[in-house]
Design a protein around this ligand. Structure first.
Ligand code: NAP
Ligand code: ZN
Length: 348
């Protein structure tokens, strides 16, 4: 395949609504695969980046790093995939491949910086464009196999929301006998609940209100509390081994650190733009840890997909047409999402 032009949805400038456009996709290299994208999830990070919350963005920006589709063409040197295979692409499409982290399969922590699926610069020096588009070309080593039994629509959000919660839950050993809290029941949070439950942990949801309590319990939570009620913080003081904070806005981290037991860890995965103050006393009294975690490497992402398929876990989704992307963004910002919007790419 030579370079092609494909349809996409892009934001032309910071905070501007997304509109239909066309973008180039590179010619198929020796180790590249061409993916016919079927579904693309809408992650809150897409909204942060379109709005340049994390600093400068590159425009036009085609977001989308929860990509599921089917291999349409392969390069001459491709060995891992064949035409017709069901595949996914997550938050990065390349990395240096040489640093300790890349060698260890933790490409997301590449010390030269991973190449993001969008809002980044490819090794050819050109901007990368994400999954809100009909096709993508990606090196076979940065694609994932979507197991049979997982629908492409419910699998798409696993490529970011799934791995971003699976990785810290696995790293901090959520499992039988562990009390785990998930803060925020959105895209990441609902996956965190499902995965922590499947790993055997006792799971508590900490949400702003009790509005989604029934959903939380159905998804696998054992307990559900409203963080708008100050009594929650008294009642649960010193309870959790692990708290995964998926909230996209600032929180009083000191209050949440108070919910950890001795040696407990609060893992920040939500990425609000402002710093959040932490009192030393919230950590030192009971040897508590505050940590962060970012998505997961290719090997771990495949492990997560296989785990989800084995446990019958997909995302709870609302499939939308491409024309509804801007409306979906507004709803995500209002926490009005149950629990991931997924674009039907056939409508682009
Ligand atoms: P989301 O679907 O919007 O979910 C966020 C949830 O946070 C909301 O559903 C809401 O849950 C809660 N929340 C929102 N505003 C709040 C506020 N002002 N105070 C308290 N709670 C609030 O977003 P997402 O796609 O899951 O992403 C969540 C965050 O993770 C974003 O910042 C995103 O950029 C980041 N992220 C990080 C990584 C990583 O690798 N670390 C990967 C992907 C995304 P309730 O209604 O239950 O309270
Ligand atoms: Zn994401």
């Amino acid at each position: 395949m030579t370079q092609t032009t494909v349809a996409a949805y892009a934001s032309p400038a910071p905070s501007a609504p997304l509109e239909r456009t066309t973008i180039p996709r590179r010619a198929l290299g020796e180790h590249d695969i061409l993916i016919d994208i079927k579904f693309a999830g809408i992650c809150h990070s897409d909204i942060h980046q379109v709005n340049a919350d994390w600093g400068v963005g590159t425009y036009p920006m085609v977001p989308g790093h929860e990509i599921a589709g089917v291999v349409a063409e392969i390069g001459t040197g491709v060995t891992k995939y064949a035409v017709g295979d069901r595949v996914g692409v997550g938050c990065f499409v390349d990395s240096c491949r040489e640093c300790d982290n890349c060698r260890a399969g933790q490409e997301q922590y590449c010390t030269s910086g991973m190449i993001g699926t969008y809002n980044s610069q490819g090794k050819d020096g050109r901007p990368t464009y994400g999954g809100y588009s009909t096709h993508i070309v990606v090196d076979e080593n940065y694609a994932l196999r979507i197991p049979e039994g997982l629908g492409l629509d419910v699998a798409a959000p696993l490529l970011c929301a799934g791995i971003t919660t699976y990785s810290p839950l696995a790293h901090w050993q959520a499992g039988p006998g562990k009390k785990v809290a998930i803060v925020g029941l959105g895209g990441l949070g609902h996956m965190g609940v499902k995965i922590a439950h499947a790993l055997g942990a006792e799971v508590t949801v900490l949400s702003q209100t009790l509005n989604k309590r029934e959903d939380g319990l159905r998804l696998g939570a054992d307990h559900y509390f409203a963080t708008s009620d100050p009594a929650t913080f008294e009642q649960l003081a010193g309870t959790f081994d692990l708290i995964v904070n998926t909230v996209s806005a600032d929180l009083d981290l000191n209050a949440y650190l108070g919910l950890l037991r001795t040696d407990g860890t609060l893992v920040q995965v939500g990425a609000p733009e402002q710093p959040m103050p932490v009192s030393p006393f919230a950590l030192i009294g009971q040897r508590k840890s505050l940590a962060g975690s970012m998505i997961g490497g290719i090997r771990e992402t495949q492990e997560m997909l296989d785990f989800c398929a084995e446990h019958g876990i997909g995302a709870d989704i609302e499939v939308i047409e491409a024309t509804a992307i801007n409306e979906a963004y507004a709803r995500v910002l209002k926490s009005d999402v149950r629990y991931r919007f997924v674009i039907d790419v056939a409508t682009i």
